[in-house]
Write a protein that binds this ligand. Structure first.
Ligand code: AHG
Ligand code: MN
Ligand code: MN
Ligand code: MN
Length: 336
């Protein structure tokens, strides 16, 4: 077949978000778009540096620990710094919460905007040195009426987020976004430096064939989880599920969105509240998964309904295909 000339009607992320704002007649068109432009720049910066990490001495530890008690990698710190700088300078933010910063940043008056961004600058940092997929996760709230930016603006249920997404740094950089009207996926065209719409209106299959848990924690798992996993590995009829676990939430959730199945990081006898952080890991992913037609639960409660009382609080997480997560929930109901 003959080579085709390039398409001239390309949908970039910015064009897509703007056109949605026009469609909805959003009062102030452009503010969220500008904020998302800043986020895109940070994703491009991180994507570039992840790619060069081995060459420019960005592998390894930075020498400090974060609020979750984890050792920070150099790339954790670099990614945090670019996000704080770009988001603050955008003039669109009032409160910033990062996995890598113990306290929230309240943006100074001069630069204050209407949005609060909670983020995991680099997710999956244990995978960095091996060159395995990693990502960035973000969630966006609008500040409450009359607020000048305070912690209370982000200690709100995930259902109040106005947008959420992640960028996965893999064989390509993929940004997946929801503004509450479905989920769209964009792929970075490095020659243009633009995220191009490649996965419009992502919907999770209602049932999958894959489960994604760190089964190395099996001896700590609670009964409903153990019994659920048993049920999909030794089914009474049909084939057992396949196991896939990368250990980067972004990559495991990305696969779950596209292929279906279930991802879980449960609370267990050792980690009583689970491992994943509610505000900047569980909420954004739960928002995306629900918008794609799936379910996100702690086992006993819808994740997006939780009211946080600490910015770094942890939660149990199960998310993915509707039917698969329903099956898991039934084991919790039997236990109760
Ligand atoms: P982070 O690298 O941002 O601290 O997040 C790590 C999280 C998440 O990416 C992943 O789902 C999980 O930790 C993996 O944990 P295990 O290594 O315990 O399986
Ligand atoms: Mn970490
Ligand atoms: Mn993470
Ligand atoms: Mn992280």
């Amino acid at each position: 077949t003959e080579e085709q000339p390039p398409k001239t009607d390309i949908v970039t992320l910015t064009r897509d978000v703007l056109s949605e704002q026009f469609r909805l007649g959003t009062a102030v068109v452009g503010d969220l778009t500008l904020l998302l432009t800043a986020i895109q720049v940070t994703s491009k910066f991180i994507a570039t540096n992840v790619r060069k990490a081995r060459l420019i001495n960005l592998i390894g530890l930075a020498g400090e620990s974060n609020a979750s008690g984890e050792e920070q990698k150099k790339l954790d710190v670099l990614s945090n710094d670019i996000m704080v700088n770009a988001l603050r300078a955008s003039g669109k933010t009032a409160v910033l919460v990062s996995e890598e910063l113990e306290n929230a940043i309240i943006v100074e008056d001069r630069l204050r905007g209407k949005y609060c961004v909670v983020f995991d600058p680099l997710d999956g940092s244990s995978n960095i040195d091996a060159g395995v997929n990693i990502g960035t996760i973000f969630g966006i709230y609008r500040i409450q009426p009359g607020s000048k930016g305070a912690i209370s603006d982000v200690l709100r249920p995930g259902s109040e987020m106005v947008a959420a997404g992640y960028t996965m740094y893999g064989s390509s950089a993929n940004l997946v976004l929801t503004t509450g009207h479905g989920v769209n996926g964009y792929t970075l065209d490095t020659s243009l430096g633009e995220f191009i719409l490649t996965h419009p209106n992502i919907k999770i299959p209602s049932r999958g064939k894959i489960y994604s848990f760190n089964e190395g924690n099996s001896m700590y798992f609670n009964t409903p989880v153990t019994r659920y996993l048993e049920s999909i590995k030794f089914p009474k009829n049909g084939k057992p599920y396949s196991a896939r676990y990368i250990g980067s939430m972004v990559a495991d959730v990305h696969r779950t969105l596209l292929y279906g199945g279930i991802f879980g990081y449960p609370e267990d006898k050792k980690s009583k509240n689970g491992k994943l952080r509610l505000l900047y890991e569980a909420f954004p992913m739960a928002f995306l998964v629900e918008q794609a037609g799936g379910i996100a639960t702690t086992g006993t409660e819808r994740i997006l309904d939780i009211v946080p009382n600490d910015i770094h609080q942890r939660t149990s997480v199960f998310l993915g295909s509707k039917d698969d997560v329903q099956d898991l929930i039934r084991f919790y109901e039997e236990e109760a």
